[in-house]
Design a protein around this ligand. Sequence first.
Ligand SMILES: Cc1cc2nc3c(=O)[nH]c(=O)nc-3n(C[C@H](O)[C@H](O)[C@H](O)COP(=O)(O)OP(=O)(O)OC[C@H]3O[C@@H](n4cnc5c(N)ncnc54)[C@H](O)[C@@H]3O)c2cc1C
Length: 420
Amino acid sequence: MPATESVPTPQRVAVIGAGMVGLATAWFLQEQGVQVTVLDRTGVAAGASWGNAGWLTPGITTPLPEPAVLRYGLRAVLSPSSPVYVPPRADARLLRFLAGFARHSTATKWREAMRAYIPMNRRAFQAFDALAAGGVASMTNEAKSFIAAYRTEAERSVLLDELAHIHSAGQEIEFDVLTGAEAREVEPSLSDNVGAAIRLHGQRFINPGEYVHALGESVVARGASLVTGADVVDVRDEGTGVRVITSAGADEHYDAVVLATGTWLGQLGRRFGIRTVVQAGRGYSFSVAIEHVPSGPVYFPAQRVACTPLGDRLRVAGMMEFRSAEAPLDRRRVLAIAEAARPLLRGADLDARVDEWVGSRPCTPDGLPLIGGTRSPRVFAAGGHGMWGITLGPLTGELLAEQIITGRRPTELQPFSPLR
Ligand SMILES: Cc1cc2nc3c(=O)[nH]c(=O)nc-3n(C[C@H](O)[C@H](O)[C@H](O)COP(=O)(O)OP(=O)(O)OC[C@H]3O[C@@H](n4cnc5c(N)ncnc54)[C@H](O)[C@@H]3O)c2cc1C
């Protein structure tokens, strides 16, 4: 049951989690005059918000469970180098996630979830623009080109079908269909093995680690306390406020709390009625030198590899490993991504990788984030964005701040109740 008790507008709010979602929520709460404390057990962008691909791509922000992903998932059990990996011996929690994920991987469920995403996608860039106008020093980059590249036209038909579905669901996305040679003219970093491509228009990208740090700096400059090394082990609604207790024994009182702990959302959220499993969908990345740095993201959908220009280097990211967020980095996955990208990139030094990284997408079985109130009128959740927490993080923060201050749930957030 959602909270029905009405509480005064909070003046002091703790945000737990200094990733994109937590910091954006803190920033927009400050817009409303709230005194914010951000706590993170490690530091800014310590979770998924650092080494991700940094795409701001509302045009292709779609629910993860869909019929094609299910086929990948099943194949993956048989092949550990496949871009999607499910361990052969899944525990009960993972099995619950996978069963829910499979139930949502139908065309009908996809369309339903897509209807929830579209109003968010429409406003995603405005929230980034508000952050820029409000002084966040890291800029978003227009993707002058955004190429999805394939070996063959047959491979390309999968994304063309998907784009047709996205379009008929009401999501605007403009694109051109290119030959391999045309794609190479736009992006000389593509190899001769690329025989077909799609160029997407109107998308952006960021250097996510740099951006989230700039966001953190802005939150602090606007008066927040940012407490790192604060591992929150308990949150207690005391009727007149909320106590936030850390493993080091710190025990502070706030008017309200936002749980923005990414993949770990369930740990603190369970006692406030959040039953949805948030499962780590682990992805890997590294960066390499490349002769021609692309002028925008390059995507190899058949290999599930996402590349993003970061200054004079290229970040290469991929894999979806459904296993514990705490498991160590598995070097085989890094190699699998490098080998998948090698034949398709020209002039990339894939053997001199730096910043090898693993991070956990916070995935939900229905592919929708958890944003809004909980059973306690003083505890809110913001997370579970899966593949899209960078694109949708700022808008999530803006809309949740509005809900916390006004006590009314914005219509965009209705499908994302953390208590569903
Ligand atoms: C390889 C890869 C590529 C991706 N590419 C994109 C992309 O191109 N575009 C896009 O939109 N998204 C992308 N994503 C997804 C995106 O990275 C995530 O959805 C997003 O970063 C989630 O942000 P968050 O703030 O919810 O969680 P996180 O960034 O994980 O932050 C959660 C924070 O909570 C802290 N924390 C957890 N528990 C506690 C506790 N008990 N006490 C204190 N602190 C705690 C953690 O230390 C962490 O800093 C990608 C992800 C991966 C892995």
